[in-house]
Design a protein around this ligand. Structure first.
Ligand SMILES: [Zn+2]
Length: 76
């Protein structure tokens, strides 16, 4: 089941919910159903680019290449 990020248009709260796509959630702050569905972190992998780069640098330092893609592995 996907996790969606919501933004409440009434009280400006942001929250995430595990929900079925057909379910209209209520704001946990004010109970409003006037919500905007945001792009979830799962659908926006660009958020983790920095983390991945850090992880790869750490992996290289430790001498294992498990975080590298097959194409990158070929060059080493
Ligand atoms: Zn609200």
């Amino acid at each position: 089941m996907p996790i969606f990020d919501y933004h409440c248009c009434d009280c400006d709260a942001g929250f995430e919910l595990l929900t079925m796509s057909s379910t209209i959630p209520n704001c946990p702050q004010c109970g409003s159903q006037h919500l905007e569905k945001q792009l979830s972190r799962v659908a926006a992998p660009s958020h983790s680019t920095g983390l991945m780069a850090r992880g790869r640098a750490q992996a290289a330092k430790e001498g294992h290449l498990s975080n590298f893609s097959p194409a990158e592995r070929k060059t080493r």
